[in-house]
Design a protein around this ligand. Structure first.
Ligand code: IPE
Ligand code: IPE
Ligand code: MG
Length: 255
């Protein structure tokens, strides 16, 4: 079994790093169920995995890490579970703020955080403001996020600005559209990791993942750690991204 350091060295010597990694952190409930524990305990252990992955990303110099923390559909879960997740989010941000600052991590969110309770929203906004000048890893929490909602909002706002004469129909291209998304300013993810084996996108970054490499592992999120994270990156580094083109021919000698 390779150690964390061996994997880290392999990544750094092997090739390009993904600039932006997005993760669908799934399987907390199943992890708890396997142990005869309530689902909320699974979420608690999920936070431990978050801490490991954030640290591991910062250590190798990843620029952007987006974590799918709560989808708009997740409000449909039992009230108790929803409030347990929200409390964990609040407590973790409060507790880890100093560590984020020490490690030069900039915290941002994507999604509608206005729907959170005032106390939780205030805490998040404070953490975002306090880390705003950090220049290391950008940690983006997708919170109360829906890919379809984000696209619909963009369409509405584009329509409003078009009606005001801000641009012509033909000016509406991919770049303009992206600038109306909540992820404006972030590069599209290069690598999307989903834990717990589900083969679906679950309303995550629908527009942004059009050419993202996907890595799906059966490991449940609370069991995901630095090694699993680095293994996903090594797998990514071995891929050939073609973006619709054909395989690039190898240069032959003398040509
Ligand atoms: C992911 O784990 C955490 C959130 C969606 C907030 P789940 O809670 O979805 O775990 P499973 O999929 O039920 O195992
Ligand atoms: C996706 O996981 C949302 C988050 C990880 C926050 P879900 O567990 O909600 O997704 P489905 O319901 O299995 O598609
Ligand atoms: Mg799930």
């Amino acid at each position: 079994m390779s150690s964390i350091n061996t994997l880290k060295k392999q990544i750094l010597s092997q090739g390009e790093l993904p600039n932006h990694i997005a993760i669908i952190m799934d399987g907390n409930g199943r992890w708890a169920k396997k142990r005869g524990l309530p689902r909320t305990v699974g979420h608690k252990y999920g936070v431990k995995a978050v801490k490991k992955v954030v640290r591991a990303a910062g250590e190798i110099g990843i620029k952007y890490l987006t974590l799918y923390t709560f989808s708009t559909e997740n409000w449909k879960r039992p009230k108790k579970e929803v409030s347990a997740i929200m409390n964990l989010l609040y407590e973790t941000t409060r507790r880890e703020l100093n560590e984020l600052l020490e490690n030069n991590v900039r915290l941002i969110t994507t999604g509608d955080i206005e729907a959170l309770s005032p106390r939780r929203r205030k805490m998040l906004k404070e953490a975002i403001a306090l880390t705003a000048n950090d220049t290391g890893l950008t940690l983006n929490l997708a919170l109360n996020y829906s890919g379809r909602f984000e696209i619909l909002q963009a369409v509405k706002n584009i329509a409003v600005d078009y009606a005001k004469g801000a641009f012509k129909i033909d000016d509406i291209d991919g770049e303009l559209f992206s600038s109306y998304l909540q992820t404006n300013g972030l590069p599209d993810p290069d690598l999307l990791i989903r834990t717990s084996g589900e083969m679906r996108i679950s309303n995550f970054l629908l527009w942004q993942t059009s050419y993202t490499e996907m890595y799906i592992t059966d490991v449940l999120w609370p069991d995901f750690d630095e090694k699993e994270f680095y293994r996903a990156i090594i797998d990514f580094q071995g891929r050939e991204r073609r973006f619709g083109r054909v395989k690039r021919a190898k240069k032959s000698k003398g040509t």
